[in-house]
Ligand binder design. Structure first.
Ligand code: SF4
Length: 294
């Protein structure tokens, strides 16, 4: 058994399935996005973990599995909220006790980086932080405000560009359908603009979904109406069409998506657009409803 204390539920990006999940915080320090239920359980209330506990976890894991662990994901929702000095101590301990680790990643809120200078982010990169997942959700300020994201186009661009300048790979998530019917077009266009302004290494889209109902979202966004399947495809077409990317791995293959899209942008832009247009015309093979896990 891994000698680490986990507070369930624990979330990680799908691509971190092989990673050691190392909680350095619990929950999310923001926790106000009205579409997100990840950290709403009482036991997931935000707190930074005690430094001694985290360092003990790393040391004990190293004693048992030292040379087997190649990837570490720093949990929970926004590990980078911790002060840089604390993060550097954690990264240093990983290097010492888990010497085979080649990749360290975490989620990151743009707000986490507001007070961190470029030099601090460079130091984190030099100490081994190599990849972050940023839930941008949208590049449209009206959508971001309506869902209480607490970020803007500019704050997200600033954070992504700081990370990029440090050489940290960025995986950016956009939520298809988040603007509802009313803001669908501007959501798609400005999300494409956000990606173009930051040129992330990875870009993914997910279809917004509400396993526990839409009440929280509607409280702040009363006019929100869900997109139908053809409207979701139409939004995706606007988004893809607006992308001007040089080298970004694009994925729209999460279980929530009806249509599975994968490619490298810009090289595959026309192929991906053709797939979406086929779906709009009702000619594409879609994931059956029973296979859409949300
Ligand atoms: S910042 Fe991320 S984890 Fe926190 S509430 Fe928003 S979507 Fe959820």
């Amino acid at each position: 058994m891994i000698p680490i204390r986990y507070v369930e539920p624990v979330f990680r990006p799908p691509s971190e399935a092989e990673s050691l999940i190392l909680p350095v915080t619990d929950g999310c320090s923001w926790n106000q996005c009205t579409f997100c239920e990840m950290y709403t359980a009482p036991q997931k209330k935000f707190r930074a973990r005690d430094e001694a506990e985290v360092l003990d976890s790393i040391r004990a894991t190293g004693e048992r599995y030292g040379s087997d662990i190649r990837r570490v994901f720093l949990a929970d929702g926004d590990a980078l909220v911790l002060p840089t000095r604390r993060l550097l101590t954690v990264l240093e301990a990983i290097r010492t006790h888990l010497p085979a680790v080649r990749r360290i990643s975490s989620y990151c809120l743009p707000r986490n980086l507001k007070k961190k200078s470029q030099q601090e982010i460079d130091e984190l990169a030099a100490a081994g932080l190599s990849m972050v997942y940023v839930g941008a959700e949208s590049g449209d300020d009206a959508v971001l405000a309506a869902v209480s994201k607490g970020e803007t186009f500019d704050s997200t661009v600033d954070a992504l560009n700081k990370l990029g300048a440090a050489g940290i790979s960025r995986s950016v998530m956009i939520l298809n359908g988040l603007g509802g019917r009313e803001l669908s077009r501007q959501h798609a266009e400005n999300s494409a603009r956000l990606a173009n302004a930051t040129q992330p290494e990875y870009l993914a889209t997910l279809v917004v979904s509400f396993p526990k109902g839409e009440q929280r979202l509607r409280a702040g966004f009363p006019g929100w109406e869900p997109l139908t399947q053809p409207e979701l495809f139409a939004e995706m077409e606007i988004f893809l069409d607006g992308l001007e990317l040089k080298r970004t791995v694009f994925r729209s293959d999460h279980a929530s998506n009806w249509l599975i899209l994968k490619g490298t942008l810009g090289a595959d832009k026309e192929r991906l657009l053709a797939q979406v247009r086929q779906a709009i015309a009702g000619e594409a093979k879609l994931r059956p409803a029973w296979a859409r896990g949300l």
